[in-house]
Design a protein around this ligand. Sequence first.
Ligand SMILES: [Zn+2]
Length: 186
Amino acid sequence: MVTKVIVVCVLAVLLCGQYTEGVNIISKAQWGGRAPTYRVALGNYLNYAIIHHTAGAYCETFAACSQQMRNVQSYHMDSLGWPDIGYNFLIGGDGNVYEGRGWNSMGAHAAEWNSWSIGISFMGNYNYDTLEPNMISAAKELLQDAVNRGQLSSGYVLYGHRQVSATECPGTHIWNEIRSWTHWSA
Ligand SMILES: [Zn+2]
C-alpha cells in the first residue's frame, strides 16, 4: 500500500510537473505592450524554430528589457507597419522570456518560414554582446515548453536566421552557441 502511494505520487509529480510548470513568460501586459492590430493563427506541431537577435540594444534589468520590448514593438508596428512585434518570443539579458506574438500566432521574422516556424529573438547585437548562461537556459526551457504544449513537434529542427535568409542574424556569438544545441541542424 505504501509502495503504491509512493508510485502514484512520483508519477503525479513527473506528469503534472512536466505539463503545468513551463517556463515563466513576462506577458505583454507586464511589459506594457500594445495589442496586435490583427493576428493570423499559427498551427501546432511545427517542424522549425528559428533563432534571431534584434541587432538593437542589450538590456540587463526587467525595466530596461520592458522598455526595449516597447521600442522594438513600436518600430515593427509604426515604422514597418506590421500588426505586432515580429517575433513570437524574445529573451532579455535579465534571463527573462518576454511574450511577443506568443503561442499560436504567426510571426513576421523569417520570410517564407513564418507559417512553418516559431521565431525566438535575443535582445541585443550578438556580433558584440555575449550570451549569459541564464539566457541560454531560458531559451532551452522555452523550446522544451513549446514541445510539451504541442506548438513544436518533438523532432523539430532549430536554425539560425542566416540559414534561411541572407542575413548575419543572429550574430556571431549566438551562431557559435546554437550550433551545439540538440535540435540544431546544418
Ligand atoms: Zn533574424
